[in-house]
Design a binder for this molecule. Sequence first.
Ligand code: IPE
Ligand code: IPE
Ligand code: MG
Length: 235
Amino acid sequence: MLDQERMPRHVAIIMDGNGRWAKKRGMPRKFGHREGAKTFRAITRHAKALGIQYITYYAFSTENWKRPKDEVDAIMDLFEKYLDEVRDFIEENIRVRFIGDRTRLSENLQRKMASVEEDSKNFDSMTLVLAINYGGRDEICHAAKTLAQQVKEGKLEPEDITMDMIERNLYTEEIPPVDLVIRPSGEQRLSNFMIWQAAYAEFYYTNILWPDFKGSDLDKAVIAYSERNRRFGGV
Ligand code: IPE
Ligand code: IPE
Ligand code: MG
């Protein structure tokens, strides 16, 4: 059914609606996050079966620290637990990468992230990117600081700064631009996700809450994408 020629190479998903999913069931929000983590696993396998080459998930934003401490703690605990499960993807030849500012995460988590990245770096069936403590503005600011430092050290002239250089200093170095952004839960906004990389992405919104999101919903998004006419400013 799916035309391989018109498949998105890089799909980015904003995993939203976990809290509402739990609330609807009279449960604390953290149960929604736990359920959402299961969806993440299932959708990753489905994406691989579809032949998607890069899949990025927004798991925790630089703004999510504003949430109550017990919710943030529960999410961080889930990351610790799930990183062990992300390891299973290594057996499926999936390369794992993390984007975001790691310095605010626990040392244990940072260690686990580095080790999964290292152990999976040569795998090539698909690249799985997890955005943890990620913010698009933070990322661009970080790239600006790196380039400014090079200017200060006399290694770079300000007028020689190119878009390509900025791109190479983003967390997504060597990851292609986003083709398709999927946001479940009914919200229609980017919430500081991949603001540089999604400059020409197609958007797909659905009212389904992330824990209820199924492989067939990913199929629908990919089919909708394949019917879009991308012009990149041309005619
Ligand atoms: C997304 O679900 C998960 C994170 C932001 C960590 P939410 O927790 O935002 O769920 P809603 O939007 O409140 O339903
Ligand atoms: C975006 O969802 C962040 C993640 C899914 C990790 P939010 O729930 O934080 O976004 P807003 O607050 O509704 O814009
Ligand atoms: Mg939300």
